[in-house]
Design a protein around this ligand. Sequence first.
Ligand code: SAM
Ligand code: SF4
Length: 328
Amino acid sequence: MPKDSFGREIDYLRISLIDACNLRCVYCMPEHARFALLKDLLTAAQIESVARAAVSVGYRKFRLTGGEPTLRPDLVEIVERLAAVKGVGDLAMTTNAVTLPKLAHRLKQAGLKRVNVHLDSLDPQNLRQQMRWGSLEDIWAGIMAAEEAGLTPIKLNAVVAAGFNESDVVDLARLTIDRNWHVRFIELMPLGTGECAQLSIQRYVSNIETRRRIELALGPLMELSPTTLADESRNYRLANTRGIIGFISPVSAPYCGNCNRMRLTADGKFHLCLLNDDELDVKAALMNGGGQEKVAQILLKAVALKPTGHRLLQGRSTTERLMHQLGG
Ligand code: SAM
Ligand code: SF4
């Protein structure tokens, strides 16, 4: 398994398929964001080549993300190609679920194992304010479609933002009472240098506060022991409930020491750490006919150069890309 210079095993590749999205969450992208042209993104075959190279050096865990990965016209083909790579043990996707009523069954058949769905609120108005073009009805229909297709266990991701949804965390947590879902609360991270970064700083809510709100309303949370150290979510359960409540706290409780992630951007760069700008280009090698060995070499170099420790508290983060260009 590839180890970085800090001794961390980096065996999880998050593949961004596209930077475009059908929603406009306020902390993720400006309403009039501009996107890369489809022709400039890695092709399905190139993505498969990177996955084969990653498997050859010990990667086993893969996640598709975006932007919104379901906007990629060849998504089903990409899933089929990746699922057919021997060694791709775990293939998951992070999505806003809006298109899942149409796609969930085909994705399951193609080999996708499960989905994480982004849902910030159960209050239709608050959700619309925060996820802008999103509607609770559409996202909920997508979650139901995913569950019905067996893209399980379902995980929900909610980003908590002051003045938008900080009191809605209780209703989201309540979903775990009679559903076997994993509801996770994410702290805002500032990326880029514009309005999204500013908003993410101004509306930041610590998960200490979110946990307090949930416990005040629903009772004490019992901590669960981690199934893997690399899980960025600290997990809990309310008494006598079916689901899990998780807290992803990059700001108040950084987990860089256990990071196992490498990111591939839709335009063909290994992005070494979510909260830094360092990248290594892999697209040029793919375009120049570089085979599996060349791509594996670049990936191992990317692992070796992976930094540790973010500088969010000093007000520094990734400046060159926004979250929709990285995938979370
Ligand atoms: N469109 C898909 C979705 O929303 O799940 C996949 C891509 S999205 C960039 C991945 C995750 O990033 C989502 O769970 C979203 O909530 C999270 N995210 C976006 N901007 C963020 C920010 N500024 N801070 C923390 N999380 C953020
Ligand atoms: Fe789209 Fe996901 Fe970004 Fe929201 S967080 S705008 S759903 S890419």
